[in-house]
Design a protein around this ligand. Structure first.
Ligand SMILES: C[S@@+](CC[C@H](N)C(=O)[O-])C[C@H]1O[C@@H](n2cnc3c(N)ncnc32)[C@H](O)[C@@H]1O
Length: 223
């Protein structure tokens, strides 16, 4: 198997396939030390794309941002380079977060917590101006039903943005994306008046996001 084939096999047949959140976190625990290298091998540009799209909102540089599923801090480093000064990291995997903790000046606070539908995050309601998910909204990661927990910690008028694999890929690899469940759940939160879609996204499809395949970018404004 070529390196690219091996990388594809890891992403599509291991990382994104149906599994429990606990099993996914165990997998990240195993790969934490080689994660950044894996991102190079898998041609992973989610952090670059999401931080670039965020720039179109022209937000104040001291906006309070939560990097949800921050991992080793790849998105945080880009936000820091864009002069954002008030960024916190949250991740369910202690070992991934350990790498983010080593970065200087990128994150202010760190929270180790799972984002799951039936458990409140250990963060007060309406704390953040912005919440971002780079790669952590992908299949078998933070389930769409759990986005409600992220909505809770964002201020009214605040923004939640994320990037994940394109819809065809998601349906192919994971049962949670079948029967349009993903888009229907996002719309359910609109119907419940929890958020509204930001024009031009939902999704905005961007080429060459991961393994030469596109990624889908979403932005919603919390009500
Ligand atoms: C693909 S990595 C993305 C890391 C970083 N944001 C980036 O773009 O490089 C996904 C991260 O989400 C975390 N994660 C996955 N599911 C999670 C959940 N339900 N709750 C909290 N963290 C989760 C994993 O531990 C991992 O660090």
């Amino acid at each position: 198997m070529s390196d690219l084939e091996e990388a594809k096999n890891f992403v599509y047949n291991i990382l994104l396939t149906d599994k429990t959140t606990e099993n996914q976190i165990e997998l990240y625990d195993e790969i934490a030390d080689t994660y950044d290298q894996k991102c190079v091998e898998t041609l992973y540009y989610f952090p670059e794309i999401l931080s670039r799209e965020l720039e179109t909102f022209n937000l104040p540089r001291d906006s309070k941002i939560l990097d949800v599923g921050a991992g080793t801090g790849l998105l945080g480093k880009l936000l820091h380079a864009s002069k954002y000064t008030n960024v916190d990291a949250l991740d369910g995997c202690a070992t991934m977060l350990e790498h983010a903790r080593k970065l200087t000046g990128v994150y202010k606070n760190y929270t180790q917590a799972l984002v799951v539908a039936d458990k409140e995050l250990p963060i007060p309601a309406k704390t953040y101006d912005i919440a971002l998910m780079s790669g952590s909204a992908s299949p078998a990661h933070i389930d769409v039903t759990a986005y409600k927990q992220i909505i809770r910690v964002v201020k009214p008028g605040g923004i939640i943005g994320w990037i994940l694999e394109d819809a065809d890929t998601c349906v192919e690899v994971n049962s949670r994306f079948q029967d349009d469940f993903y888009m229907k759940t996002l719309q359910k939160f609109v119907d419940e008046k929890l958020w509204v879609a930001v024009d031009g996204y939902n999704p905005k499809t961007i080429a060459n996001a991961l393994l030469n395949r596109p990624g889908d970018v979403f932005f919603y404004k919390v009500l």
